[in-house]
Design a protein around this ligand. Structure first.
Ligand SMILES: [Zn+2]
Ligand SMILES: [Zn+2]
Length: 254
């Protein structure tokens, strides 16, 4: 499984892209930088899109992806998420006011994007990928994903504060190769992290007790304005398992 971090940050600034992870060029997780971070030829090749939750930094480039690929693909982007995400995109983003409703264009029968609701903890098979959506501790009924392909499984929580269920389920995968999760705020902003359901390096370090052991952990969603501080605080933890997604457009093979 090739995991390409198109954008791995919790915000947008020059050099910092919001969240989009691309698996084997075909499966996208979150649409925070899919249009600005991939060539249009690469955008067209995406078949399926998983959206973790409705926050803007995870959905907004659905608008530009749809526009870029309109008429080029011959089939819809199949978008898998929960009811909140579908309603949020339809009512607040592609609502024919902010942007055209590409779930009806060019025709309702053959649109540019097509939504599918996925219930938590029910396995979904998309091509070579087996995907288990699991509720995590973040707003808008956020979901994380345990994704398995052949002999490798990888956890992607996306945005979350302290959580339990996805770690319980991940421990059942004997072929688990990596965990992608988040650290958004520095330790001095722990209350902000608690209120917004995110992690600091210290809360993440405690969270590791609940996670499956021994696999590498990749931390994304760093807020661009705190990146230097987060690097220092994660380094101070002196934990070899922790890696930071500080540079966008990096790839990993599992
Ligand atoms: Zn976010
Ligand atoms: Zn969020």
């Amino acid at each position: 499984m090739l995991v390409r971090i198109v954008g791995g940050h919790g915000g947008v600034a020059p050099g910092y892209r919001a969240t989009s992870y691309l698996l084997d060029s075909k499966l996208l997780i979150d649409a925070g930088s899919v249009a600005s971070g991939l060539l249009i030829d690469e955008q067209v090749q995406i078949d399926n899109i998983l959206i973790s939750h409705a926050h803007l930094d995870h959905i907004y480039e659905m608008a530009f992806l749809s526009d870029n690929c309109f008429g080029l693909k011959g089939k819809p982007f199949e978008v898998y998420s929960n009811t909140v995400v579908r309603n949020a995109i339809r009512e607040h983003l592609m609502n024919d006011v902010i942007w055209p409703d590409f779930s009806k264009l060019p025709t309702p029968e053959n649109p540019t994007i097509r939504f599918h609701e996925i219930p938590p903890e029910k396995e979904l098979v998309l091509g070579d990928f087996k995907i288990l959506p699991v509720r995590v501790n973040h707003y808008t009924d956020a979901i994380g994903f345990i994704i398995e392909k052949k002999d490798a499984a990888v956890v992607f929580t996306q945005d979350t504060g302290p959580t339990e269920r996805i770690w319980e389920l991940a421990k059942k995968y004997k072929n688990l190769k990596a965990i992608f999760t988040e650290v958004s705020f520095p330790n001095s902003l722990e209350q902000v992290a608690i209120d917004s359901k995110h992690h600091t390096p210290e809360t993440l370090y405690k969270e590791m007790d609940k996670m499956p052991k021994d696999v590498p952990i990749f931390l994304g969603h760093l807020k661009p304005n705190f990146q230097t501080q987060l690097y220092q605080e994660v380094e101070d933890l002196n934990c070899e398992r922790l890696n930071l997604l500080g540079s966008d457009d990096t790839s990993y093979v599992f």
